[in-house]
Every structure is written in C-alpha cells, then in structure tokens.
Ligand binder design. Structure first.
Ligand code: AMP
Length: 249
C-alpha cells in the first residue's frame, strides 16, 4: 500500500511572527521556515506503518515555492521514499492545495493519505476535509491513533470529554493530531540518504489545476498588547476588585 503525505513549509513554530508594516501579511523575509509540526507527525505515522509492514511506499508532497524541496528532503530523512514538489510562487489557499492533492491521488492511487490537522501559519484546518470531499473518499480528522487491517483503517480521535473510534474503508484521508505520535529526530546518515532519494517537480498546470486565490486578505493586525497587571495584598481585595472593577463575579 502506498501512503501519500502532504507536508507544508511554514514559519518555524519558535519564531515570533511579525506583521508587515503595511498590514497586508505576516513578514516572512529572513525568517526560519520548517515543516508544519502536524505534518512531521503525519510523516512519522506513515513511516511507522511502513516499519510495521503495512505500507510499501511513502510519497511526500509539498506545494509551493522552490524552497519546499528542503521540507521534502526532511520528510525523506524521516523516512519517505520519494517526493513530489508542485512548484508555484502563487499564494496557495487550502482549496487550491486540495485540488492539487486530488490530482496526485488520481495519479498515484495511494491506499492512505495523511495530512496534518492544520497548518500553523494559516490555521485553516480545511485541506484534508476538502481533499476528502473532492476525491470522494472517507475521512477521519484529528487522528490520535491509526490501525490498518483488512482494507480498513480504525482511527481514534479526541473529542470533547473523551475519544471516538471510527472505522473507514481504504483508500481514506486521515489528518494527524498532536498526540498521534512523537516524531523521531532526523539523523545525519538519514539526511545524507535523503539527498539521493527521487524528487519529482511538477507545475499546477501539469496537473490541470487552477490555483488562483479565491480569498482576499483585507488586513493583518498584531494582537493587542496586554496591559500590565496589579498585585493585590489579600484575597478580600482580589474578590472586591473582581466584583467592582472587573465585574466578573
Ligand atoms: P490547512 O488546511 O491549511 O490548515 O492545512 C492542513 C494540512 O494540509 C497541513 O497540515 C498539510 O498536511 C496540508 N497542506 C496545506 N497546505 C499545504 C501545502 N502548500 N503543501 C503541502 N501540504 C499542505
């Protein structure tokens, strides 16, 4: 069984993002970029399924600028066998990515498609769901455990107040939540090996997909600065302030 995993290049989660002075977008110039953390979990899960003998090949896909090849090399250092870059300098929104992935699903016919539950730059949480709809495949979002047997995936997902377990027939789309696994560290020998693994580069036109943005960002603002707190001498003063000033009790 082939597994297709979508990996997005995003601003590294340790970076404190800054908004451009004209308030049009987040400033990504000279900012460290990395693989979206949920996509690392997605790749790790695919590699574990291959190690268990469930999967035979893992294909990592990234859509975006040329530098996404770095993200794909990381995916291959974790354990993906080959990579596909859909190269474009156009701003890509979830629907466009879902259409590109759908075209690759048609081409590659994977038994399982794993995405991150959400990209930490746009926080959309849409691509997996849109892909499942476009490809007419069953989906389980926010997976915290995945078992594959007899052409079916049994997937647990965390929900309010507990966990839900669903069974879907393959091929299916699964999106990875934080607790699905803890991704392994990338080792130097594996980074070296990844350099020799195959990487195919396609353009959206090769897949017959129009990626023109449908949504226009009107304005991006920094969150308001937190005002300074005050120290209160005792509980009675705290309760009084909560009643009279904050008016929350
Ligand atoms: P989003 O819907 O933007 O929150 O993204 C959810 C997931 O879709 C991510 O965790 C990735 O697995 C995948 N994804 C989104 N954008 C891209 C992209 N440009 N290239 C590859 N995968 C992507």
């Amino acid at each position: 069984m082939k597994i297709l995993v979508a990996v997005k290049r995003v601003v590294d989660y340790n970076v404190k993002v800054r908004v451009k002075s004209d308030n049009t977008a987040v400033d990504t110039a000279n900012v460290k970029m990395s693989m979206n953390p949920f996509d690392e979990i997605a790749i790790e899960e695919a590699v574990r399924l291959k190690e268990k003998g469930v999967a035979t090949e893992i294909i990592a896909v990234s859509c975006g600028v040329t530098q996404c090849t770095e993200t794909l090399r990381t995916a291959m250092a974790i354990g993906a066998d080959r990579a596909i870059l859909v190269e474009t300098s156009e701003e890509l929104q979830p629907l466009a990515v879902a259409k590109l992935l759908k075209a690759l699903v048609d081409k590659e016919q994977p038994g399982l498609i794993i995405l991150g539950k959400q990209a930490i730059d746009d926080d959309c949480n849409q691509t997996g769901q849109m892909l499942a709809a476009l490809a007419d495949l069953p989906q389980v979002a926010f997976a915290s455990k995945v078992d594959i047997a007899d052409g079916k995936a049994t997937v647990s997902r965390e929900i309010d107040g507990g966990s839900e377990t669903l069974s879907v027939t393959l091929p299916a789309v699964v999106t990875a939540d934080l607790r699905l696994n803890e991704p392994r560290y990338v080792t130097l020998p594996n980074i070296m090996k990844a350099k020799k693994k195959p990487m195919e580069v396609l353009k959206p036109e090769d897949l017959g997909v129009d990626v023109t943005p449908r949504i226009k960002t009107l304005k991006v603002n920094e969150p308001p600065k937190r005002s300074a707190g005050v120290k209160v001498p005792d509980v009675a003063t705290l309760v009084a302030k909560l009643k009279t000033e904050a008016k929350v009790i």
